[in-house]
Design a protein around this ligand. Structure first.
Ligand SMILES: Cc1cc2nc3c(=O)[nH]c(=O)nc-3n(C[C@H](O)[C@H](O)[C@H](O)COP(=O)(O)OP(=O)(O)OC[C@H]3O[C@@H](n4cnc5c(N)ncnc54)[C@H](O)[C@@H]3O)c2cc1C
Length: 500
């Protein structure tokens, strides 16, 4: 039987979710000639990479930068779809400003400015002469380490990798570890060094930190347009309430309202816990598998604000900043223990002493995202997932975020036209993943590389993709890579007659 023939007059594949994982997978399944249905619970597509419009601004739902542009899996999906570089990734000369707590450093786009960047970095971090060569070796290894070596670091944490170079200098360990662990939204002493080195090697080696023209939502839009052009059906406002399984074989999906869509393969891109315990039902999985899914660790999440400014106040592409509330605290003397304490405060639902902000400025990459002369700011600060009771109310976290931004971008409050504030419950509801983590299967030492949950499941015809299973790299690219891998598996399993 060919893959286009469908015994039950249903779909070859149903894909749940239109985040980057679902869109990449759905489009590539359609490209492989499969009759594909893509289902999204929200009225709008895109998951974390969705958007809304306000007073002439096009605003991202998430807070995003992209580490690999078209050089990574997002480019690969377009190549496979026969639409190379339909998405354009933009860069600006000052890619990011790292500022606050006594530091101010510009990450440049151009390679010729790197020596000055490293000079400033060493100077501001106060790297002692005795550590100079070791720190230089760390940066060299970060870009030059062969992938076979990197894999050996998968099961070891970022702090162990940094300590190999800076040894007992706990201050340098705190700063360099913080930078390397940044992308994974978990403490760096839990994050996999292999995953960090792999990601930084590509971002610095390819010099591809960027942002798409048209906003983050341009990516799912292009993928889904291609999918529909290849015959895939897309249903928005359609929450899947059940993945039907009989005798260890997927039958299809049921949406709110009761409509059932038969499908020979089902790809779920919500979290593994949601898929196993809420959509399929745990009784269909072997006990060992259930236990593994139950114990999976998730990342933390963020409080977010989106701000429209009446003029361009900030020059760089993004701001990575910090504000210390206790004015007697000397950031140059920070120790690893204090960094750990800050993380512990977040985990207990308390606003930490040091507020860290991550703030891409989309209109600096694409001025069309704001009305002429105006500026769009998107920013977030780390917060606990929604299973943690907040000790400080959400409004206070958001006030703290805005106050921090106002200190780091002078004049911000004065030039604000509007400010939309989103607590952690908002993003949790939007992406629909239990407790709303930024990365549903966190990239801890025991959850990456060969220990990452597999895309294939014990149920015939059921696959997990997105940031929960498979893939490698940073958030959006991890999810896209997983979508690519999943599409290959589904197409091959159907072709070899392995599914019903
Ligand atoms: C605040 C924030 C900042 C981030 N910053 C970055 C960054 O700078 N760079 C980066 O690369 N990554 C970043 N990430 C991480 C990145 O956004 C995610 O890891 C990635 O986009 C997840 O993609 P996904 O395909 O797994 O699914 P998601 O984007 O999470 O989408 C899942 C989709 O599935 C849908 N869905 C869920 N359940 C159902 C159901 N039952 N029926 C139908 N549809 C359903 C949801 O509505 C949603 O559209 C950030 C994330 C957040 C939240």
């Amino acid at each position: 039987m060919g893959i286009m023939e469908n015994p039950k007059n249903g779909y070859d594949a149903a894909v749940i979710g239109t985040g980057l994982g679902g869109c990449a997978c759905g489009a590539l399944l359609a490209k492989a000639g499969l009759k594909t249905l893509i289902l999204e619970k929200n009225e709008k597509i895109g998951g974390s990479c969705s958007y809304y419009e306000k007073e002439g601004f096009k605003v991202d739902i998430g807070t995003h930068m992209f580490t690999r542009g078209n050089y990574g899996p997002i480019g690969e999906v377009q190549r496979r779809l026969g639409i190379p570089r339909r998405i354009q990734f933009a860069q600006v000369s000052d890619l990011a400003l790292l500022t606050g707590a006594g530091y101010s450093l510009i990450l440049p786009k151009e390679a010729y400015r790197y020596p000055a960047f490293y000079y400033q970095l060493y100077r501001q971090l106060d790297v002692p002469l005795k550590d100079f060569i070791a720190v230089s070796k760390l940066f060299y290894d970060l870009v030059m380490m062969p992938d076979s070596e990197i894999e050996k670091w998968d099961e070891r944490p970022v702090d162990e990798f940094v300590a190999k170079y800076v040894g007992k200098n706990l201050r340098l360990l705190g700063y360099l570890g913080g930078i390397l662990g940044l992308f994974f939204v978990i403490p760096f002493w839990e994050a996999s060094a292999g995953e960090a080195i792999w990601s930084y090697k590509r971002m610095f080696g390819e010099r591809t930190l960027s942002y798409p023209r048209g906003g983050a939502s341009r990516i799912p839009s292009v993928f889904l347009e291609a999918a529909q052009g290849l015959g895939a059906d897309l249903l928005t406002g359609s929450r899947v309430t059940r993945i039907r399984v009989e005798n260890g074989q997927v039958q299809g999906v049921e949406i709110e309202g009761g409509t059932f869509f038969p499908a020979r393969a089902v790809v779920s891109t919500t979290s593994l816990r949601d898929s196993v315990f809420h959509l399929v039902g745990e009784q269909h999985f072997p006990e060992l598998y259930r236990e593994k899914v139950r114990k999976l660790k998730k990342s933390i999440i963020a409080f977010q604000v989106k701000i429209g400014l009446d003029k361009k106040l900030f020059k760089a592409g993004a701001l990575f900043g910090a504000r210390i509330r206790d004015k007697n605290f000397d950031p140059k003397k920070v120790t690893l223990e204090e960094v750990k304490k800050g993380y512990q405060e977040i985990m207990e639902g308390k606003i930490p002493q040091v507020t860290m902000v991550y703030c891409p400025v989309p209109s600096n990459f694409d001025p069309a995202l704001a009305p002429p002369g105006k500026q769009l700011i998107t920013a977030c600060t780390a917060g606990p997932t929604t299973d943690v009771d907040l000790q400080d109310p959400p409004e206070k976290w958001l006030d703290e975020l805005v106050d921090t931004l106002d200190e780091l971008i002078p004049g911000l409050k004065k030039h604000m036209i509007w400010c939309d504030r989103f607590d952690t419950k908002f993003i949790a509801n939007w992406i629909g993943k239990e407790f709303g983590p930024a990365i549903s299967t966190a990239q801890t030492v025991d959850q990456v590389g060969k220990n990452r949950p597999l895309i294939r499941t014990p149920i015939r015809g059921l696959y997990f993709a997105g940031d929960g299973a498979g893939g490698r790299g940073v958030g959006t690219e991890l999810a896209t890579q997983s979508g690519i891998e999943c599409s290959e598996m589904v197409a091959s399993d159907l072709r070899f007659g392995l599914l019903g």
